[in-house]
Ligand binder design. Structure first.
Ligand code: SAM
Ligand code: SF4
Ligand code: SF4
Length: 334
C-alpha cells in the first residue's frame, strides 16, 4: 500500500505499513536551560493562548488511545516540568488506562524533579528519561547555560520517589565527546542505564555536520577500551540498541544517523500547539488545534490524524543530510 487515502482502521498506520503505538506529546516550548544544539540563544516563546489547554491535550490524546490504538504516551517539551498543571494532566491520562493506555513516560532535563518527583509519581507517571550531556559541572554549565546541581538533585529525587529512569546524553564532537567515558563510568557506578544519542540533523541554527556526529561504532570502540568486552543484546521495540559492557554494565545507543531504525518506527509527535508531526524529519505538520477549537466532531479530527500519519515519509533512513524544517527541537520535543 502506498500513497492514496488513509484507511479508517482502528490502528494508526502509515503508507509504509508501520503501525503507530507511541505518541510523544510536547506540553510546552519553554525551557529553563539553553542547550546550544537545541535552542536558539534568544528563543521567542509561543503565546500561552496558542498552547493546547490541559483539557484539549486530554481530548486529543483520548482520540489517539480510544480510536487509534496508541498505547504509550511520552510527555516532553521544551521542558515538560515547566508546564503548569502537569500532575493534573497525568491524572487525566490515568483515566485512559482502561481504554488501552499502557504507559505514561516523560523526558525531562531533571532540573525541577527535586520539587516535583513525588507529585508526578503520585499522579501516576510510570517512568522518566533524564537528559544529562556532561558530568563535569563546568562543561555542563557551558553546554546548557545552567548549573548541574539541580539535575543531580532531580535524579536523586526520582530515585527516592521510586520513579524508574534512564539517562540520555547526546554526543557531539568537540562539544561533549570528551565526556563519553566519564558519563558511562558514573552511570555504571550508580547502576543506572545510560543511552548515548547520535547527534541528529535537526537544529535550525545549522550546527549539524556529519563530522560532528560521533557514531555508535566510535562510542563502542572507546568504551570497550575503557570498560572491556562489548556484547550486543537482541533489539527490542526501544529506539536504543542495547549492550553489556565488561560483563555487567548495561548501555544503550540511539543510532538515528549511523544505523537508522525507521523501518520499524512506531512513533508520532504532537507539539504544544497541537500540530501533529508524523516523523522527526517531517517538513510539515497537521494542525489539529484549530479544528478542535472550531468544534469539529471526533470523526473529522480522526480523519485528519489518519491522513497526517498515512503520508509519513520513510524517515531519515531514506538517506538525507541536513533537513531544513520550520520547527526546532525545543518545539518538537525530541
Ligand atoms: N527538555 C527535555 C530534555 O532535555 O530532556 C525534553 C525535550 S529535549 C528536546 C528531548 C531530547 O532531545 C533531549 O535529550 C535532547 O538532548 C535531545 N535532542 C535535542 N536536539 C537533538 C539533536 N539535534 N540530536 C539528538 N538529540 C537531540
Ligand atoms: Fe531545554 Fe531539553 Fe532543549 Fe536542553 S535539550 S534546551 S533542556 S528542551
Ligand atoms: Fe521514525 Fe522519522 Fe525517527 Fe525514522 S527519522 S525513526 S521514521 S521519527
Amino acid at each position: 500500500m502506498a500513497d492514496g487515502i488513509a484507511p479508517a482502521l482502528p490502528e494508526l498506520m502509515d503508507q509504509h505499513g508501520r503501525r503507530k503505538r507511541k505518541l510523544r506529546l510536547s506540553v510546552t516550548d519553554r525551557c529553563n536551560l539553553r542547550c546550544a544544539y537545541c535552542m536558539p540563544e534568544h528563543p521567542t516563546w509561543l503565546p500561552r493562548g496558542d498552547l493546547l489547554t490541559i483539557e484539549e491535550l486530554l481530548r486529543l490524546t483520548a482520540l489517539f488511545v480510544m480510536h487509534l490504538g496508541i498505547t504509550n504516551v511520552r510527555l516532553t517539551g521544551g521542558e515538560p516540568t515547566l508546564r503548569r498543571g502537569l500532575p493534573e494532566l497525568i491524572e487525566g491520562l490515568q483515566l485512559l488506562r482502561p481504554q488501552g493506555l499502557q504507559r505514561i513516560s516523560m523526558t525531562s532535563n531533571g532540573t525541577r524533579l527535586a520539587e516535583l518527583a513525588p507529585a508526578l509519581k503520585a499522579a501516576g507517571l510510570d517512568d522518566l528519561n533524564i537528559s544529562i550531556d556532561a558530568r563535569d559541572p563546568a562543561l555542563f554549565q557551558k553546554l546548557t547555560r545552567g548549573p548541574i546541581e539541580p539535575v543531580l538533585e532531580g535524579i536523586a529525587a526520582a530515585q527516592t520517589a521510586g520513579l524508574p529512569f534512564k539517562l540520555n546524553a547526546v554526543v557531539i564532537r568537540d562539544y561533549n565527546d570528551s565526556e563519553i567515558e566519564a558519563l558511562a563510568g558514573w552511570a555504571f557506578e550508580q547502576d543506572v542505564e545510560l543511552r548515548f544519542i547520535e547527534f541528529m540533523p535537526l537544529d535550525n541554527a545549522q550546527q549539524w555536520s556529519r563530522e560532528r556526529v560521533v557514531t555508535e561504532s566510535e562510542i563502542l570502540q572507546r568504551l570497550g577500551t575503557r570498560f572491556g568486552a562489548v556484547e550486543k543484546l537482541p533489539r527490542t521495540a526501544s529506539p536504543a540498541t542495547e549492550y553489556i559492557l565488561g560483563g555487567h554494565h548495561r548501555l544503550g545507543i540511539i543510532t538515528t544517523v549511523s544505523d537508522p531504525f525507521c523501518g520499524s518506527c512506531d512513533r508520532v509527535r504532537m507539539t504544544a500547539v497541537g500540530e501533529l508531526f508524523a516523523c522527526l524529519f517531517s517538513a510539515k505538520g497537521t494542525q489539529l488545534r484549530d479544528a478542535l477549537r472550531a468544534g469539529e466532531p471526533d470523526a473529522a479530527l480522526l480523519a485528519m490524524i489518519r491522513g497526517g500519519v498515512w503520508s509519513k515519509e520513510a524517515g531519515f533512513a531514506a538517506p538525507r543530510g541536513y533537513v531544513e524544517r520550520p520547527i526546532t527541537m525545543h518545539r518538537l520535543g525530541g
